[in-house]
Design a protein around this ligand. Sequence first.
Ligand code: GP0
Length: 799
Amino acid sequence: MKLTKEQFQKDFKDRLHHKFSIETCDANSVELFQSLGSLIKTYISGDWREDRLEQQRNQQKIAFYFSIEFLPGKMLKSNLLNLGILDLVRDGLEELGLDFEQIAEAEKDMALGNGGLGRLASCFMDSLASTGLPGFGNGIRYKYGLFKQEFIDGYQVELPDAWLTTGNIWEVRKDHEKVDVCFEGHVWLKEDKQTGRLIPVYENPRILRAVPYDTAMVGFRNEQVNNLRLWDIEIPESEERKYYSINERRQIQDITGVLYPDDSTYEGRRLRLIQEYFFTSAGLQTIVKRFKKLNLPIETIHEKIAVHINDTHPSLAVAEFMRILVDEEGMEWSQAWLATVRTMSYTNHTIMSEALEKWPVDMVKQLIPRVYQIIEEIDHRFVTEMSTKFDGDLVERTRILRDGQVHMAHLAIIGSHSTNGVAKIHSDLLKDVVLHDFYVLYPERFNNKTNGIALRRWSQISNEPLSQVLDETIGESWRSDAEKIELLMAYKDDKNVQEKLAQAKKLNKQRLADYIFKTTGVKVSTNAIFDVQVKRLHAYKRQQLKLLHIMKLYLDLKQNPELEIPPRVFIFGAKAAPSYYYAKAVIKVINEVANLINNDKKIQDKLKVVFLPNYNVSLAEIIVPAADVSEQISLASKEASGTSNMKLMLNGAITVATLDGANIEIKDAVGEENIVIFGMDKDRVYQYYREQNYNAYEVYNSDLTLKRVLNTFVDGTIPNIVREGQELFDALIKYNDEYFTLADFHSYIEAQEKIDLLYQDKAKWNKMSLINTANGGRFSSDHTVKRYAEDIWGIVAMK
Ligand code: GP0
């Protein structure tokens, strides 16, 4: 956008005066941030309006991305960068004697998501706008985002994330677009005398109001502004007298109260199902209203609208869309079904069976009776049709209603034209194993879309030192075209460039070291290897394997204090679901291991262990640029894709990885010599499953090193962990190590020894690091959303 520094400074001061009636010198950073944010929102609003009008004028097809999680993090810098005024605003504010970083710091980290899935949704929002694609988000405006994590005595404590208390400067309440969502009551079908059609009659429904709050999604220097719509709940005036007590009213407000803090696990809680239907129905109702303004035949709705079901949480979209088309728009069933299947598409994010949603039939029937009838009809027609072509068992296994449950993934697959996985190996596993039955029914529906990351945030915003070296070396084209980072490959043997990159890394490490000291009091040296594992805490991601490595080094050094190894700082960031006891035990053990090692003089600072509390997007922006080593050590086949692996390699970290998720594609991108692969591959894992002959105790018992290391969990070596140490030990031995941690132990230790050797060869390391950065461009989510746009949604860029 066109703006001069002087104009900005004047606008900013005016805004502060109008908003708070105070002078810049009196304002605190929250007030300064809010003034700045609201000014930026004004700058955006013109394009935001324009783009909406233009879409209507051109009858542009739009993709609506339905996701129960969005994890945008802070938006100020991203908006400024994308508007092309980041430097101008920074300079302008500094000239006024204000500290830009401090103002930016005041923004609340918007954390309406748990981890990878929600962050992916936000990366897609950024990329859709930045590639000029008309793509809108549809989700829930939770009053409380993901809990804030603190450690007390090494234990995770969860505190509420009241992110809305000082207001959300970016959102706009769209009162005129509110809709009603109907729950409960009874439904019976009445024949319409004239047409013979069956019309649903609702008795005693509970009507709730959905109110949208919109946030602008600003494209990178292209004047495209898309929309993220998050729904809040209210009680409609007409219904108010039905709620007598404060308690009852509160129960309603609680529907959008909190984000469920479980990642990759599913709990059949009624409130969660209400959330799912609430935002799905509200979103679809507005979409249909919007379509009708175009005055086109309703049968053509799929030509103007694509609805994406991000994981199964919004899969009720299939049935709800049918309800709207059949009950409200009067379409024939078969015609409505055709339009629905053509409109919907679905992404699967995991093969972990505990994440697959299945709702009890009784719950669905009671909560959304009409939608349930429609699901029954879909199921019935599916069975009837498929039974003529396929064997009965197959049909029975794939139907939506089975064992008294509604299988949400089945609904999503049957009711959509596309099912995709999020990395090559994951999509193959879906076809070959997890969803093989569906692949037999609908082979043409299955495809892969490897995840990506919003490259601008994970380089330009969070890693300015690296960005500067890139500018100096290959020019600035990479800033708008991610693939151009590959130009850096021409300098892979250039000692000067390697050295500059190493210097940039050093600056980032210093920033992280300062942060570590500030938050934990632990002093770490930037000469050490910064070894990073940041992701949700989960047994399949195997933080416990990292622990075994750390304890082995500790024991080695205790035995031989003169042992020469390059110093390492192990950095963890991870939240555990509040009800996931094993994961919480791992946190406690890591924290106690940190206490033990960091305070042991004999270790001579060769090892440090740091568990940074409250890992979130903002913290990732400090950790990722500073990493030397990226730990991607899930059991092969279990991590659908991973996305921190992409962020870390782009920032020059060397990946230690199993052949899992997108690690495989990273290996293909950088070449085998620039990544350290270890452990079993997925075929070996599946062989164990087939042969059922994995015996963790045997592995433990036949390996002295491993035995010695694992015993530290229970033999008092690590203080204060009697119960938690036992819990880890039992998971690995008594319960036979579900994720084959012990089987991969040796190979993992070898991989880490390789890292030590490589790190000591500075020239080699720097070259590897450069090659990783240079090949990060292909993991831009700009690229990913273009593939979705072409292959799945059928939308085209406006700009
Ligand atoms: C997958 F099933 N993921 C789920 C879930 O409930 N939550 C979630 O964050 C993640 C996968 O674990 C992932 O492999 C993947 O990259 C991400 O979804 C986006 O596809 C690592 O976070």
